[in-house]
Ligand binder design. Sequence first.
Ligand code: NCD
Length: 286
Amino acid sequence: MEFGSSTSSQVRRNALVLTLFFENSTRTRTSFEIAARRLGMDTLNLEVNSSSLSKGESLGDTIRTISMMSPDFLVVRHQRAGTPELVAAHTDASVINAGDGAREHPTQALLDALTIRQHFGLNRLADMRGLRIAMVGDVAHSRVARSNLALWSMAGASVTLVGPKAFVPEGFSELGWTVCRDLKSGISGADVVYALRVQTERQSGVMYPSSGEYRQHFGLTLDRLDLHCPGAVVLHPGPVNRGVEMDSQVMADPRCLVERQVANGVWVRMAVLSVLDDARREMRRG
Ligand code: NCD
């Protein structure tokens, strides 16, 4: 066999999913890797901290170099918004955004929507029309919030953003979102309460006095849920700061769907990878 001339009939070639995580992650990276393996794909994590990037190579050069080894998918997480597009400009692989800065986290929004739809028995995304969703917390610094807001507005859900000015700036009401500064009225009558992590690593300067004070005003407790929205389910993208965004009793309550979100993450990423894989095969044939 000549080098470089092997055909698919000679060498069976699974799709290769390369993960590049420039920010810490437990669930998202693992979830993509498990999803890929369940589909029979190969996975490889590029250790970005020990790669040539740490020797001063530009991101574009690194991406062009690894693309010469023909990965099919690059799953990218980066602290800078827009990095997935930058990566895509240097590779023929399909690039999947696993979170860029405070901008987007699309697969998180998809798995959240799946979790909500499953719970309420909604067949289509459009069936979320009118569903009352209260998103509580650090909307300003959250890519999860941005991706979910895009999806929820497409689906026609009725959304209230709940939090102090530092976390839900006035700009959100100017954009047409309903904003509430008070937890009780914000979650009152909600079908879904979506708590966000307080994103200390993305805040410049002290944005909110203390976690104790945050909990006092915006933390989800069983009492608050029972009193204001007893029928609501609770979601959180994780990782949860117990006793800040929500109490341990809320985490343990059957209304809390955090574990279901994690399980659904694998299904959603399998779906994303397999749709893209089909499209890539189609393109190669076409
Ligand atoms: C989120 C992230 O990193 O954007 N976590 C996740 O992917 N499950 C949310 C967060 O860090 O707050």
